[in-house]
Design a protein around this ligand. Structure first.
Ligand code: NAD
Length: 490
């Protein structure tokens, strides 16, 4: 398969990718711009059970040779996928922004991360995959411990940051020596399918297959006997379905799920900087980020100042078309999201909470054609409010006042989620003491976005109902490897 980026100014029509070739289908899924519903961005094939079977069979047939390919060669090929993503980043950024609804500048940054994920996945991999021999006391006997791939891995991804989440999932799976079948979300399948096309133009046929479709396609994929591991990023409800199905089939799962991230502001925090960064995290992609700030805990002594700065900062958000350089926030991705977040906001208002709807519209005339929502803050949220306890996944930020650090930590941990979190303080020592008591896969001090330093070294994943397993090199590779011990006796 060769790769040419489709002309983004026209409707993009993508086939499935099975065994290195494009496979059309009778039924198509339409992809519309979430900010301009009248605009058809592209179509993908709505998969069938037969196509799923063909894709898994192709992956299975390719898996042994791929696993036997020297690690260095695999890694070099994956780096080429990263380079190709970089080479097409401008066109891809425009296309993905139009299908996903995040402003182009954000998608551009996402693509840089995706390219790096393919290039950096090989760091220290040769050493990790090298067999280790354990000598014993008896001459001629030893145990060799090998790391082996699973064979075929099903990789199921969501729509909210489709390029980086796909790269973070498939790069380690492939580097470990697995062949994959990738299932994008019907809400943002174009860019992900193009990652599949790029990969299929570089890797041997069958190593990467893409089957588009909804839950039925995902379910058929998990059910196939040659799929040995399911790697899923998405919501908790879907994860429960998958886990039940995987339990019947005794297949391993790796889950990256939703979060309800707390930010704890300590009383010595630099509030202007804190508010700026919290707003950047909470409203980026209209709040549709698994590890965005979803609730803020502020000490009573600083609450007035915090509220004033927050309202001022959120009011500067400009909402509009993803390709309009004036817009700092785009629409929500789909109607379900819009209905859910609107409902939460309306119920919060009906409770009598101090809800402020802020920001501006860059083009009020086009507003009703998209899933737009202005950013909102809830200035006097209570710990048990629905808007505080739910993963609302939208451009709303509730603020809860606290008395004493013990209360703040208890409130932050009083949740079924445990993905990410943050602590804000001028004192690293104080911040670290609070951070280490938070029940989450990650806590960031004085930010809610990863630092660039060592970001590929950071294991990313959730505690409690936010996930099972870890992503991010070098730990993420372990999800795609199993041990094989060879006990050599004389
Ligand atoms: P979703 O669970 O609705 O869908 C995710 C994927 O699963 C899609 O490809 C979908 O088609 C597929 N799917 C649906 N039903 C299925 C089934 N029965 N069997 C197999 N596959 C099925 O999630 P979403 O709405 O696309 O994404 C938003 C959610 O993802 C949020 O909860 C968000 O927090 C979470 N998320 C988590 C992370 C993380 O790294 N922890 C990252 C991004 C998003």
């Amino acid at each position: 398969m060769t790769f040419a980026l489709p002309d983004a100014s026209e409707t993009v029509r993508l086939d499935q990718i099975i065994d290195g070739i494009g496979v059309p289908g009778d039924s198509l899924l339409e992809v519309r711009n979430p900010g301009r519903r009248s605009e058809l961005v592209g179509t993908v094939v709505d998969g069938t059970v037969e196509q799923v079977a063909a894709a898994v069979d192709a992956a299975f047939a390719a898996s042994s040779a791929w696993a036997a390919t020297p690690v260095g060669e695999r890694v070099a090929l994956l780096a080429r996928i990263g380079d190709e993503l970089d080479a097409h980043a401008e066109g891809l950024a425009t296309l993905v922004a139009r299908e996903n609804g995040s402003v182009r500048a954000i998608i551009r940054r996402e693509l840089m991360g995706a390219g790096n994920a393919f290039r950096e996945v090989g760091d220290q991999l040769e050493a990790k995959l090298a067999p280790r021999d354990h000598a014993s006391d008896s001459p001629g006997t030893f145990v060799r411990i090998e790391r082996k791939p699973f064979g075929v891995v099903a990789c199921i991804v969501p729509w909210n940051a489709p390029m980086i989440l796909t790269a973070n999932k498939i790069a380690p799976a492939l580097a470990a020596g697995n062949a994959i079948v990738l299932k994008p979300s019907p809400f943002a399948p174009l860019g992900v399918s193009l990652i599949g096309r790029i990969a299929a133009s570089i890797l041997p046929p069958g190593v990467v297959n893409v089957v588009n479709g909804g839950g039925e396609v995902g379910s058929a994929l998990i059910a196939h006997r040659h799929v040995r591991k399911v790697s899923f990023t998405g919501g908790g409800e879907t994860a429960r379905h998958i886990m039940r199905q995987a339990a019947d089939l005794l297949k391993g799962v790796h889950f990256e799920l939703g979060g309800n991230d707390p930010a704890i502001v300590l009383d010595d925090a630099d509030l202007p900087v804190t508010v700026d960064r919290i707003v950047d995290s909470a409203f980026r992609r209209a709040g549709q980020v698994c590890f965005a700030v979803k609730r803020v805990y502020v000490p009573r002594s600083r609450i007035d100042e915090f509220r004033r700065l927050l309202v001022d900062r959120v009011d500067r958000i400009a909402v509009g078309d993803v390709l309009d350089s004036r817009a700092t926030m785009g629409p929500l991705n789909n109607e379900g999201q819009l209905t859910k977040v609107r409902g939460l906001l309306e119920r919060t208002m009906a409770q009598g909470r101090d809800v402020r709807v802020l920001g501006t519209k860059t083009d009020a005339g086009a507003w009703d054609d998209g899933f737009f929502l202005l950013p909102a803050v809830v200035l006097d949220a209570q710990p048990d409010d629905e808007i505080v306890c739910e993963e609302q996944f939208g451009p709303v930020l509730p603020v809860v006042v606290y008395d004493g650090e013990e209360q703040a930590i208890a409130l932050a941990n009083d949740t079924e989620y445990g993905l990410c979190s943050s602590v804000w303080s001028r004192s690293t020592e104080r911040a670290l003491a609070v951070a280490s008591r938070i029940e989450a896969g990650m806590t960031i001090v004085n930010n809610h976005l990863f630092s660039h330093t060592g970001s590929r070294e950071i294991p990313f994943g959730g505690w409690k109902q936010s996930g099972i397993g870890w992503e991010g090199s070098p730990y993420g590779i372990d999800e795609y490897l199993q041990f094989h011990s060879v006990d050599v006796q004389s």
